[in-house]
Design a protein around this ligand. Sequence first.
Ligand code: MG
Length: 376
Amino acid sequence: MNIYAVIPAAGVGSRAGFSKNKLLQKLDGISVLRRTVSAFAQNAGISRIVVCVNGSERESVARELSGFDAALVAGGATRTASVKNALCYLAALPCPPDYVLIHDGARPFLSQKVIDDCIATVRQFGSAVCALPCTDTAVLAESGFIADTLERDKLFTLQTPQGFAFAPLYEAYGKISEDDAFTDDSGVYAKYVAPPRLFAGEKANVKLTFAEDFAMETYRTGIGADTHAFGEEKGFIVLGGVKIPSERGLVAHSDGDVLCHAVMDALLSAAGLADIGHHFPDTDPAYKGADSLALLARVYALLQERGLSVVNVSAAISAERPKLSPYIAQMKKNIADVLHVFEQFVGISAGTNEGLGYIGRGEGIAVLATALLKSA
Ligand code: MG
């Protein structure tokens, strides 16, 4: 069974107010088009993907879809023209598909269930149009007045994917005249083949249309851990940028601020970046005795470059000594200032290890930290 996905992606997105193709806009670092294509690439029922692109964007789309086995076909002036080009390309293949699923490039949140249901429905009925039942009252209006209230039970709004047996759809597209104005493929099939069959869509399967649709917030958590051993007599340790009296200092290439290090790793991990050892190697003399709050500020800059901000961080310090409670408020303030959050979004707890293990024997301090980041 040969089932192809066709994704028209040649629109410029003028309604969204972008100068370039809205499908190349990134959502949390991944373009809308890559997300959409990825959903079909993950589905075992789909044999191959065809993407309709503008000639001028061919290279950038190819780059955007690197790693996917997607054929790029020239788009047309309208969505209908783009789909027609794709169908002509498929018809000319040595083995044309049995079915095609046509899906708006601007609907990146479709689930695997929707694709599966589309395939099952089109195989049973020859057509499969993704639709949501109308939940609001719908009316017909004339000159600003209600002319008629419609029977809500019979009303649906259409989404994509829309699946069709390939041969009749291809034939239908060959019959389209210049007077025909279709907003999607179900209209073509309905006019020239038969009434298309509906299947249940999902609310999340929205079409990104306006600029604000692209400003979606997403969240990521991260975890970080660090341990430093006590070393020679020094008179203090540094935690969260606070100098705390301690007979012995912590062994480290930097200032040994084990709290900042764990927080930095939690932040980097949430952002999907390499850990602090990669960014600030302890073999680099530049970081000898480094102020870890300054390094934390550099991690914050890395997050900012990626459009990520900090929601909160939380850290648990395990230390048999020294007593930390008098210094926690200042640690919170220091870290909050660097991360540009209010102090209540930095949580720090400190406890002993009840005399157990290396921490209990007072050989070192360990910190576990988590972070939550927000994009957009
Ligand atoms: Mg460390």
